[in-house]
Design a protein around this ligand. Sequence first.
Ligand code: G1P
Length: 291
Amino acid sequence: MSKRLRKVVFPVAGLGTRFLPATKAVAKEMLPVLDRPLIQYAVDEAVDAGADTLVFVTNRYKHAIADYFDRAYELEAKLESKGKDELLAQVQGTLPRHVRAVFVTQPEALGLGHAVLCARPVVGDEPFGVMLPDDLILNEDGPGALRQMADAAMSADGGVIAVEEVPRDQTHKYGIVAIGEPIDAHAAPITHMVEKPRPEEAPSQLGVVGRYVLPGRIFELLEQTRPGSGGEIQLTDAIEGLLHQQQALAYRFQGRRFDCGNKLGLVRATLHLAQRDPELAPAIEAFLRTN
Ligand code: G1P
């Protein structure tokens, strides 16, 4: 794979049941982590990796994400006339001007693999990224995780999948990979991949985290993928099929992951960012000491 990573797919059609009742009316991806919606962190990471086309795979109820990345002419005019330049810049800055957002609907909730397949008409056959916004990855000291992976993909002929060590009793929550001889401190070829195995069946404790760089060839495999774990069409199963044709690398990214798909992760991410915000940090530290 030698092309730049231009397109990134965001499967965001989930119902967000862990955050009910809030998600009755608010898309999970719009829940704020400190001062920005969860989806903004993923979009910033994609743009940092060089993406100029963001493909959101949504369901018919999730207009809020499209509204958020759209221009808000009335609001912008009001802020401009009041001279609120900083706020105006924030409102206009949700998506840089050179980046376009494309929305595709997933008509039925048939699984992550199916959601990615829905993006095929926009992505075509070039290499692309997949980001699951629930996994918020912060790398304060360097490039974002997707950029690290896009760089690794330049020298690999296949996919690059983000992984991290997970506790043995949690393997049933992740895609789990088995790897061969490491190439360097970050990357190793995947030899086998299985979706959500029970601990006794897991080939390792290396869990897949929500970042993928994939070749366009994956779409053909997704077309042929039958329902797997949980009765859903799994991206993991299509990647396992890809391994028979092309190499895929397991990539240990630099950065810290917060699983914002559950309450604890969302609170942790918010606290982590608040403790690093110069204005908030002293009050937060005092609160944590006395609460
Ligand atoms: C999905 C993938 C799984 C991966 C996980 C990472 O599962 O199917 O392989 O490990 O994301 O967050 P989900 O969490 O959507 O059930």
